[in-house]
Design a protein around this ligand. Structure first.
Ligand code: NAP
Ligand code: HSE
Length: 428
């Protein structure tokens, strides 16, 4: 296979310009490694006049990404516009229908329309590659799909939103509140156009849906993910968790269980000394457990021009080499529809609330927990104000349903003076 592989790139933002730079800088290296020249035929974005800091003069320009996707001189359509619908979806579908392979960094598109797109790709005899969609520069899709293909995967976990990990680790290291750090992220350009995608846990949940599909041979099920963002985390929780030897992370966990597919993306306490507990700043980490391999830990940059473009070009190199695997590792027709587990596995929980500082208040809380079948592991009362007494409780393993029953009962007493903060403690 010696003919040139011709790319059409839609989206010339952070990732798209990074890809153009690699194609230009590493033309000889890419040809040496894949045995084929890799060239760009045409590009597309919204604003043709924008200075993007790369020389685009030798490429044709298309205003319409769908037209780009269908061009005769494009073998691989590279979708780097973003968004689960709109032009990203339309152009990806058009590319497949026109017989092109697709490389994308778009986690929202795959988490929501992955099954339909996988079916369309297989019907057209094409593939969709998306290494950059999950954990940026970390080759986790390739690891799961290819390197670990002989394993029954038992659990996948990860910190997959760099912005949230940056906020949480800076809250701890600088003693700054969530709001100040959210504003800092906005100034630094770390936030997605809709910041709720980051801090609300949605971006990371898109990534988890993709990993689950590959790991467990199931249709991507974004709607089945229990999602909670980091907005409610206070400095006090970071400090209390630290005192007990934990750190708070926006952690994604996916596992098969007898009750269905467990998928949750939520802030959790993890042991400070664990690999995930030690993760700092915008770095991502994915932990994969399989029956043969046991556990592997992948760590690296989850975002940014270079790391993300590196992942996109890794996919392009695979296509140049003729490496073709089903979109989610298993042929689309064989991906199972697995119901979401309605009850999660039991875990210890961290519980912080303020009590009215009056006789019997603590006894009422302890009785409610007892009535819900929840056993207390540790409890501490600290920092009285005039009328309230903050308490911190760590439970033994319990279910979320039992905890919700207790929270409901707390709300009906006259002794709980603040909305309780509850965080799962995850064994990692
Ligand atoms: P970006 O900087 O906002 O760039 C988006 C590009 O798409 C821009 O060039 C924009 O054109 C173009 N575009 C947007 N809407 C369009 C439309 N309707 N028609 C034609 N072009 C359109 O985004 P990015 O950060 O590069 O992200 C691109 C993709 O990579 C997204 O799916 C994102 O989730 C994913 N991703 C990004 C990162 C990262 O670190 N940035 C990491 C992993 C994955 P104009 O420039 O003319 O406005
Ligand atoms: N907003 C994402 C993050 C970008 O912070 O990790 C990479 O997907």
């Amino acid at each position: 296979m010696t003919e040139t592989l011709r790319l059409g790139i839609a989206g010339l933002g952070t990732v798209g310009t990074g890809v153009v730079k690699i194609v230009r800088k590493h033309a000889a290296l890419l040809e040496a490694r894949t045995g084929r020249r890799i060239e760009i035929s045409a590009v597309s974005a919204r604003d043709r006049q924008k200075d993007r800091g790369v020389n685009l003069a030798s490429y044709d320009w298309e205003d319409d990404a769908v037209a780009l996707a269908k061009r005769d001189d494009v073998d691989v359509f590279v979708e780097l516009m973003g968004g689960s619908d709109g032009p990203a979806k339309a152009a990806t579908e058009a590319a497949l229908a026109a017989g092109k392979d697709v490389v994308t960094a778009n986690k929202a598109l795959l988490a929501i329309h992955g099954q339909a797109l996988a079916e369309a790709a297989e019907e057209a005899g094409r593939v969709i590659r998306f290494e950059a969609a999950v954990a940026g520069g970390i080759p986790v899709i390739k690891a799961l799909t290819e390197g670990l293909a002989a394993n029954e995967i038992t659990r996948v976990m990860g910190v997959m939103n760099g912005t949230c990990n940056y906020i949480l680790t800076r809250m701890e290291s600088e003693g700054l509140g969530y709001n100040a750090l959210f504003d800092e992220c906005a100034r630094l350009g770390y936030l997605e156009a809709d910041p709720q995608l980051d801090v609300g846990g949605i971006d990371a949940a898109h990534k988890l849906a993709i990993l689950s599909a590959i790991a467990f041979g199931v249709r991507p099920d974004f709607d089945g993910i229990e999602i909670e963002g980091i907005e409610r985390i206070e400095l006090e929780d970071i400090r209390q968790a630290g005192d007990m030897g934990y750190r708070i992370k926006l952690l994604g966990v996916a596992a098969r269980s007898p009750r269905g597919l467990v998928q949750r993306m939520q802030p959790c306490l993890v042991p400070a000394g664990s690999p995930i507990g030690q993760l700092e700043g915008g770095t991502n980490m994915v932990v994969i457990e399989g029956d043969a391999v046991e556990q592997i830990v992948l760590r690296g940059p989850g975002a940014g021009e270079g790391p993300t473009a590196s992942a996109v070009m890794g996919d392009v190199c695979d296509l140049a080499r003729g490496i073709r695997v089903p979109v989610f590792g298993t042929p689309a027709a064989r991906l199972e529809t697995m119901p979401a587990a309605t009850t999660g596995l039991p875990a210890p929980y961290y519980l912080r609330m303020a009590l009215q500082d009056k006789p019997g208040a603590l006894a009422k809380v302890a009785a409610i927990l007892g009535d819900a079948g929840i056993s207390i592991d540790r409890m501490r009362q600290y920092g009285h104000t005039d009328n309230t007494a903050p308490i911190l409780i760590v439970t033994h393993k319990t279910t979320r349903a039992a905890l919700d029953m207790a929270l409901d009962a707390f709300g009906k007493t006259d002794v709980v003076a603040s909305e309780p903060v509850t965080l799962r403690i995850e064994e990692v």
